[in-house]
Design a binder for this molecule. Structure first.
Ligand SMILES: NC(=O)c1ccc[n+]([C@@H]2O[C@H](COP(=O)([O-])OP(=O)(O)OC[C@H]3O[C@@H](n4cnc5c(N)ncnc54)[C@H](O)[C@@H]3O)[C@@H](O)[C@H]2O)c1
Ligand SMILES: O=CCCC(=O)O
Length: 491
């Protein structure tokens, strides 16, 4: 196995060089490579292989070949591989956490949190692998029997984003392995290293050659489109922007490829006057600033009932202003850099637009000078409803606060978006909690809490936030096809 071509002094571990095809780590056919950078300093972290279409073809042939035997592997064998990987990743938690911080920028404590979240998918689906069930019943008219079985869907293409380098990979790889599917994973070109290390661990834990293939590339469209056109890829699981999700959904139509789509968000955060305000502020810190706000689940719009809006905004601004920016590996850092300069420019544009339309900056609001792609935690109030950040995913540490009057107005404001991933609701009134949760057009609701992410729960959204669910018992169903056998039983 080639080690990473360039070693960064803070890179915690030797990594494979890039492409995993049929159990072998290889350079790309074209010999192309690309560099991965530390977003806190801009320093080069590693150089990895840059796959092209011919590498994708080789990976597809390997996955198709391996599927013929992998699908018949006993569920307990698949379960033990996943459990072994769970134990090994947790044994190497410091390496994985430091790697995630270096390539993505999140503070080390958050990387440790993602380590727990991401490995939970390995454990959860190691338990699900041996519980794939079916059905058997007497046909209602008494003649014959109805037998239902669930079988692996076949070779899968998994495409993941940069913001949760471990969890977005395990949330797809684990159920695919549990279901008996082979796969090709294409991680983000911005954060491929964690997937390389995870893949190495899965191979060490006994995953046979060809079951998992890894394509790192700076040309994702050119590499993945032929795979979706081929006809032998039977499932696409994509996590990323709604814009790219739409492109991929169109591509999947030609070969009727099953899809799971985990897309963008624009989460409303509703605080009613009867809420525990301190608890709501604590939860807002989590819902907004987890991952520097670079999370699909990030609260994007804070709607606070007028009687408590000023107190909420003031308290949140004070908490934001006290946070420390820095390199994620440095002690005391609470807010790391954004992923790239374009991310800072986008956040700056959205804040500038809101202020230009009349919003007030209570704290933050201007990118600091110096190295790295930093943006300070920012609270805006008196944000006009026509501000661009009300409709666009901010993907940064900016909290726009808007006052509302009635419950119905809050629901209408919250639902006024093309997205529908998650919403957060804060009230002590149980009737209101149920009413509002039922009325919100989203896939998930955080009720008096600022995080919904849980490997045991069905994660996903509606409308432009996606299709399907990841995690929970629903998560493995995305990798299984249902087959019904009509038995003719002589009386
Ligand atoms: N719903 C969720 O669970 C969830 C989780 C994380 C991120 N996201 C969303 O992802 C976005 C941020 O992540 P991102 O910047 O990596 O998203 P992105 O859509 O730019 O990229 C996601 C992945 O798709 C690949 N890609 C880009 N264009 C492609 C194409 N034409 N064909 C094939 N692959 C292509 C990228 O290389 C990357 O691996 C945000 O919108 C965020 O809300 C959603
Ligand atoms: O960015 C979106 C994923 C976040 C999560 O799964 O908690």
């Amino acid at each position: 196995m080639d080690a990473v071509a360039t070693r960064h002094p803070r890179l915690p571990v030797d990594l494979p060089s890039g492409l995993l095809v049929d159990g072998t780590w290889t350079a790309s056919a074209a010999g192309a490579t690309f560099r991965v950078h530390d977003p806190a300093t801009g320093a080069e972290l590693a150089t990895v292989a840059d796959a092209r279409a011919e590498d994708a073809t080789a990976a597809l042939e390997a996955a198709v070949r391996a599927q013929r035997t992998w699908r018949h592997t006993p569920p307990r064998v698949r379960a033990d591989i996943l459990r072994g990987a769970y134990d090994e990743v947790r044994r190497r938690r410091d390496e994985f956490a430091a790697l995630m911080t270096l390539e993505m920028g999140k503070p080390l404590a958050e990387a440790q949190g993602e380590l727990d979240y991401g490995t939970d998918f390995l454990r959860w689906f190691s338990e699900e692998a041996v519980r794939i069930d079916g059905g058997y019943q007497v046909a209602p008219n008494g003649s014959g029997r109805i037998m239902v079985m669930r079988q692996p869907v076949g070779p899968c293409l998994l495409i993941t984003p940069w913001n949760f380098p471990l969890a977005m990979a395990t949330r797809k790889i684990a159920p695919a392995i549990a279901a008996g599917c082979t796969m090709i994973i294409k991680p983000s070109e911005l954060t491929p290293l964690t997937t390389l290390l995870l893949s190495q661990v899965l191979i060490e834990c006994g995953l046979p050659p060809g079951v998992l293939n890894v394509l790192t590339t700076t040309t994702p469209a050119e590499v993945t489109r032929p795979l979706l056109d081929d006809g032998r890829i039977r499932k696409l699981s994509f996590t990323g922007s709604t814009e790219v999700g739409r492109i991929l959904l169109e591509q999947c139509g030609r070969q009727i490829v099953r899809t799971s789509m985990e897309l963008g968000g624009n989460a409303p955060f509703l605080v009613f006057a009867d809420a525990d305000l301190d608890a709501a502020v604590d939860a807002a810190m989590l819902a907004k600033l987890r991952n520097m706000g670079e999370a699909c689940t990030a609260a994007n719009r804070f709607y606070v009932q007028r009687a408590v809006a000023a107190d909420f905004a003031k308290a949140l601004a004070e908490r934001f202003a006290a946070l420390r920016l820095g390199h994620g590996l440095d002690d005391g850092t609470q807010i790391g850099p954004l992923i790239e300069p374009a991310a800072v420019q986008k956040v700056d544009r959205l804040v500038g637009d809101a202020v230009g339309r009349g919003a007030r900056v209570l704290t933050g609001g201007r990118a600091p000078a110096g190295p790295g792609f930093f943006y300070p935690p920012t609270v805006l109030d008196a944000v006009p409803l026509d501000a661009e950040l009300m409709r666009e995913e901010i993907f940064g540490p900016v909290a726009p606060v808007i006052a509302f009057d009635s419950e119905q107005q809050a629901i209408d404001l919250a639902n006024d978006t093309e997205y529908g991933l998650v919403a957060y609701v804060f009230t002590k009134n149980l009737d209101r909690a149920v009413r509002v949760s039922e009325a919100l057009d989203v896939g998930m609701v955080g009720l008096n809490q600022g995080i919904v992410s849980n490997a045991a729960a069905p994660f996903g959204g509606v409308k432009a936030s996606g299709l399907g669910r990841e995690g929970g018992s629903e998560g493995i169903a995305e990798y299984l096809d249902t087959k019904y056998v009509a038995l003719n039983v002589s009386q």
